[in-house]
Design a protein around this ligand. Structure first.
Ligand code: GAL
Length: 887
């Protein structure tokens, strides 16, 4: 049994295989250890940038591109959680296929030359359904999650060992020649520990000891765990982690989650974290002694199917990450971070050579940290790569001039300047040189995909709707098959559904006498249904009619109802919208109803329905017959849907559509629908809900200065939170794709459109005073001192997405242009050649570089003042430009 091998035995096995294979599959086998300063990789301390990507939030077809774009953006490491619920949906029935093919993912990371940080958990939080735990775990007799509980520990150990053994078998640990350099056990348990008393403390020790005992042979971390045992590294999570100190001087400062954005709830605004602040946080971290920093998320992706946690997390997990939900570069975020990473890498030799930096106070809110491997006397002696410094201005309001080693530096507010040689500025976190990209959906709609496009606008832009031929079928209200059962009282929702569906029907009958009717008429009383407490959503049907709905987390529902004499059918549809993924004892939270359900206002007093007989029906008929499946859908009794049909609740819709041409990511616009779920060719693309964000709470401009929180810089107020849904290309065929939707509230399928998303507009704005391109630092003349930083020219780089080229220059001005992307205008200083110079350099190319100097633009357009170049350009798919040229 492979799992029983000790680390030594594995090493022996690896050595044997090594002889045959010459080396591990991806790297020469190397060891990973650590000291107080950094992780030590193959004997060398390293400063590491890590990119968070959760493999099931993308398709395997997307993985290579996501990993490549992370690497190009400067990542050394890819970080992911392991998703237990996806790997073991049924106890001891494992799934490592498709989006859950973790071995393939890890191997792709390795083959691209990156390392991997595997956070096994197996509790992961992650806005993932049930925090990553499979639902069956709840039903293990005597279980209590995440505490010193024997059944839980047994299950947890079994799964963690399963994953470690799998990685061992596949030779994926560093010492086997694989990419895995670090693991994680548990997740932020420190936030919950006190709720569990002594048992919590014992659990921490057990989890750490158990993990180490699995013989993985690389370091383990526990994030947010101040009492992590000495052999496990406690790491920081948050928006800022500079100043974080692990619980022992022997451990390095690791930042496992730098939240570069935030998640979103249905009916919420869209969060945005400005890149100037994000870069500030990262630079401060390395400035103050940090050595490993991971972006949570570098790519957030999509919660396909019903994987999103909750309550109420949306299908998109875009996270405002440097790579957007579809894997496209989010600019200037991606580009500015790329520059930051390059600057930090220039400092790496000095950073790793010094045990701790020298601190110099530069002003009341300004400070320098100097990494000088030459000793503590700081006298300038030419370009010296063994001295690197970070100068910070933590003043939120003002730019400040400081003197450092006899030189003057101006530091913008809330910024860090990075000086790889302790003299020249390679990068400042507040000075963005990277381009901006504006994403649009196809047909050149003027909005980004985050903006709701009303029907009127779409007609003007002639967006073709997905289909004129829709079919429909009604979903029965209440019981639909003989497998339903009747029980007395209110059963807990998850106990019944086991999360096989969001939906659980509670069905009962209420008798109303003549006396009640006359009492209501005389006293003008209406009977009221009261549910003491409910989550996440309930729909109330009386005699087949939808009477009311309510949403919330453990809220009271009070619903007046119209009843008739005799028997009345009362149907409550309880719905989950993503299971709880956070909080102590969250497995005990359950779902559905709590407390009493009463009908009040009767002549003879209230009716306590909590003690009545209820019939239980799990899920939807269409769901269980899989009428969304390619092989099954034709068996259902669909009828044609006519355009004048009244929008109808609880209906299924289906159509077929052709895939958009090209390779751009495909999105479905469900802005005309209400709430439901959608499938394409049998793949569950997720829940949809056109719930609108509050009207207020969005700022017109986003000020990067000062500490970030998820409410700052939000957008999308008064608009549906999500209308665009990702349909991965690999789920589509050229034509005749099956789209099936289940709609609860009654939308209009005729207005659904299918589009592609891409960057159509790119902008740059760089001034003469910007720092030179980072590649200058590897120029031999610069290294030897022949070339000074003042002799070099800053540059603007513009790039369209892969497969796209710059088709036109909409605006270009070298001088003192005003405004920002899509709103540039000329100032009173303008070089007449601006547009022709830029067009010459860029048009017809995927990317271009333009020097920012008078020489490039045919002389100084006006004396004095710093000149700036602003450009707005269009990108088009390379093929479409080709065909245009042929016409
Ligand atoms: C952290 C947690 C992550 C994720 C994040 C918010 O506390 O560890 O898994 O939930 O919050 O996106």
């Amino acid at each position: 049994m492979s799992g029983a091998l000790t680390r030594l035995q594995w090493l022996a096995l690896a050595l044997t295989v090594h002889l045959v294979m010459v080396a591990g599959e991806f790297f020469e086998p190397f060891n990973v250890t650590y000291d107080h300063r950094a992780l030590i990789i193959d004997g060398n301390r390293r400063m590491l940038i890590s990119a968070g990507i959760h493999y099931p939030r993308a398709t395997p077809q997307m993985w290579p591109d996501l990993i490549a774009k992370s690497k190009e953006g400067g990542a050394d490491v890819i970080q992911t959680y392991v998703f237990w619920s996806g790997h073991e949906p049924v106890r001891e029935q494992y799934n490592f296929e498709g989006r859950y093919d973790i071995v393939k993912f890890v191997k792709l990371v390795g083959s691209s030359g990156l390392y991997l940080h595997l956070r096994i958990g197996p509790y992961v939080c992650a806005e993932w359904n049930f925090g990553g735990f499979p639902l069956w775990l709840r039903d293990v007799p005597g279980i209590e999650f995440r505490t010193d509980n024997a059944p839980f520990k047994e299950e947890m150990q079994r799964f963690v060992k399963k994953i470690v053994d799998l990685m061992l078998e596949e030779m994926l640990f560093s010492w086997q020649g694989g990419p895995i350099i670090m693991l994680q056990i548990e997740n932020e348990y420190g936030n919950m520990e006190s709720s569990y008393g002594q048992r919590g403390k014992d659990y921490v020790k057990w989890a750490a000891t158990m993990a180490i005992g699995l013989g993985a042979g690389v370091p383990w971390v526990m994030c947010k765990q101040v009492d992590a045992p000495e052999f496990v590294i406690d790491a920081c999570n948050g928006y800022y982690c500079d100043g974080f100190k692990p619980n022992s001087y022997k451990k390095p400062v690791l930042w496992t989650e730098n939240w570069d954005g935030w998640y979103t709830i249905w009916g919420g605004r869209l969060p945005h974290r400005p890149v100037e602040d994000l870069a500030f946080a990262v630079a401060r971290f390395f400035q103050r002694g940090g050595s490993f920093q991971n972006y949570y998320m570098f790519f957030g992706g999509t919660n396909f199917g019903r994987t999103s946690g909750g309550p109420n997390y949306i299908t998109s997990y875009d996270y405002d990450a440097p790579l957007d939900e579809y894997g496209l570069l989010r600019q200037p975020k991606w580009g500015h971070l790329k520059d930051l990473h390059a600057a930090i890498k220039l400092c790496e030799p000095a950073l790793v050579a010094v045990d701790s930096p020298q601190y110099i106070k530069l002003g009341p809110m300004q400070e320098a940290h100097v990494y000088n491997s030459e000793g503590q006397t700081l006298t300038w002696s030419g370009n010296n790569s063994r001295c690197s410094a970070f100068l910070a201005n933590i003043d939120e309001h003002k730019a400040v001039s400081v003197t450092f080693l006899g030189q003057a530096y101006t530091l913008p507010p809330w910024s860090v300047s990075i000086l790889p040689d302790c003299r020249n500025v390679a990068f400042n976190t507040a000075k963005v040189g990277a381009q901006t990209s504006i994403k649009t959906v196809a047909f050149d709609l003027p909005q980004s995909t985050n903006v709701y496009v009303p029907r009127r606008l779409m007609i003007q832009n002639e967006v073709p709707h997905i289909s004129e031929a829709w079919m429909t079928i009604k979903e029965p209200i209440g019981a639909w098959n003989e497998n339903n059962f009747t029980a007395q009282g209110i059963l807990e929702h998850l106990h019944v559904t086991k999360d096989r569906s969001d939906y659980l029907w509670y069905i009962t009958r209420v008798y109303v006498s003549d006396d009640d009717i006359s009492y209501w008429e005389e006293s003008e009383v209406t009977p009221v249904l009261t549910i003491e407490s409910m989550r996440d959503l309930v729909r109330i049907f009386v005699n087949g009619q939808l009477t009311g709905s309510a949403a919330g987390r453990w809220v009271k529902v009070v619903q007046p109802v119209q009843l008739v004499q005799g028997y009345n059918d009362l149907v409550l549809l309880s719905q989950t919208v993503g299971l709880q993924n956070y909080g102590a004892f969250f497995e005990k939270d359950g779902a559905g109803f709590r407390g009493q359900i009463n009908l009040t206002g009767f002549k003879n007093g209230d009716m306590d329905l909590s003690k009545s007989l209820w019939t239980y029906q799990i899920g939807l008929k269409g769901e269980f017959l899989e009428i969304y499946a390619v092989d099954e859908h034709e068996k259902a009794g669909w009828t044609d849907l006519t355009p004048d049909a009244i929008p109808s609740i609880f209906s299924w819709y289906k159509t077929h559509f052709d895939a958009p041409d090209g390779t751009d990511p495909v999105v479905l616009n469900l802005g005309s629908m209400g709430k439901g779920q959608a499938w394409v060719n049998g793949h569950h693309i997720g829940r949809y809900w056109t719930k609108v964000a509050p009207k207020n709470g969005c700022q017109r401009t986003c000020d990067y200065r000062g500490p970030y929180n998820s409410g700052k810089c939000a957008t999308n107020c008064g608009q549906p939170t999500q209308i665009w849904y990702h349909v991965p290309r690999s789920w589509l065929q050229t034509s005749n794709n099956l789209l099936v939707m289940f709609e609860e509230t009654g939308g209009n399928p005729f207005e659904i459109s299918i589009n592609t998303r891409s960057t159509r507009t790119i902008c740059g704005r760089v001034s003469e005073s910007h720092y030179p391109p980072l590649r200058m630092w590897s120029n031999p003349d610069f290294i030897s001192g022949k070339l000074s930083i003042n002799d070099t020219t800053p540059e603007m780089q513009l790039q369209c997405e892969d497969g796209h080229t710059i088709s036109s220059i909409e605006f270009a001005s070298y001088g003192n242009p005003q405004g920002s992307c899509q709103r540039f205008s000329r100032g009173n200083c303008h070089a007449p050649k601006s547009k022709s110079v830029v067009a010459q350099a860029c048009q017809g190319r995927n990317s271009c570089v333009i020097g920012i100097s008078n020489a490039v633009f045919g002389g100084d357009p006006c004396r004095g003042g710093v000149k700036t170049l602003a450009v707005e350009a269009r990108c088009k798919p390379a093929s479409s430009i080709g065909s245009l040229a042929m016409e």
